[in-house]
Design a protein around this ligand. Structure first.
Ligand code: TZP
Ligand code: MG
Length: 215
């Protein structure tokens, strides 16, 4: 097998971030599989509270049900969970440790993303270790209680213009925002509540994909 990096920005198009609370009623696995069938291009398993052992089990199961789809699974924050579950990579925040260390541990083919909230943070990027950036929040959102000041479309466009890497926008985004997010130059939209916790996550994903593709 090749050891080359092979991440493609198109994999960011419609990016589902899971939330244990919002996915609860419909079921996490079912939500993820419906989103994959609806056209989601990347899944991030995000759970700030579950112990590693539980997340490893969840991630291993998700990897197995997602195997045929070819859609990658990345783990929020925890490199050890990605290593132990065979997930495709990690998504780290500014305070989640060294991206170079994550690259060393996960290898060249892993997908590694980093959250960025402002232009200053772009100046400290380790671009050789990273595949993509998550930029946001675009809007205020109840899904992340401690989020930074919202960027709005203009702030997002400024951040993207200064960004040396493929990027996905996040924070309060819905299908109706797809066109403006794409116009701002993003490679994708990352979504929690407009998929997770919707009565029909597959239909919600299909609508996001449709709006993204036509804009
Ligand atoms: N990072 C910035 S905003 C956010 C994260 C994880 C939450 C996005 O959730 P939603 O429900 O799509 O606004
Ligand atoms: Mg984090």
């Amino acid at each position: 097998m090749s050891n080359e990096r092979h991440f493609h920005p198109r994999q960011l198009s419609v990016y589902l971030v899971t939330d244990p609370g919002l996915c609860e009623s419909y079921g996490l696995e079912r939500t993820v599989m419906d989103a994959v069938q609806g056209g989601a291009t990347l899944i991030q398993l995000r759970d700030k509270h579950a112990p590693d052992s539980e997340l490893i089990d969840i991630a291993t199961r998700l990897k197995s049900v997602m195997a045929e789809s070819g859609v990658p699974l990345v783990i929020n924050d925890r490199v050890a969970v990605a290593e132990a579950s065979g997930a495709d990579g990690v998504h780290l925040g500014q305070d989640d440790g060294d991206v170079a260390d994550a690259r060393r541990r996960l290898g060249n083919t892993a997908i590694i993303g980093l959250s960025v909230q402002n232009v200053e943070q772009l100046h400290t990027l380790d671009t050789t270790s990273l595949d993509y950036l998550g930029l946001g929040p675009v809007f205020a959102t109840a899904t992340k209680s401690d989020h930074a000041a919202p960027l709005g479309f203009e702030g997002l466009a400024r951040l993207i213009a200064a960004s040396p890497l493929p990027n996905v926008a996040i924070g309060g985004l819905k299908a109706e925002h797809a066109a403006q997010i794409r116009q701002a130059g993003a490679d994708g939209i990352a979504i929690i509540s407009a998929i997770c916790g919707q009565p029909d996550p597959k239909a919600a994903t299909q609508e996001l994909v449709r709006e993204w593709e036509r804009s």
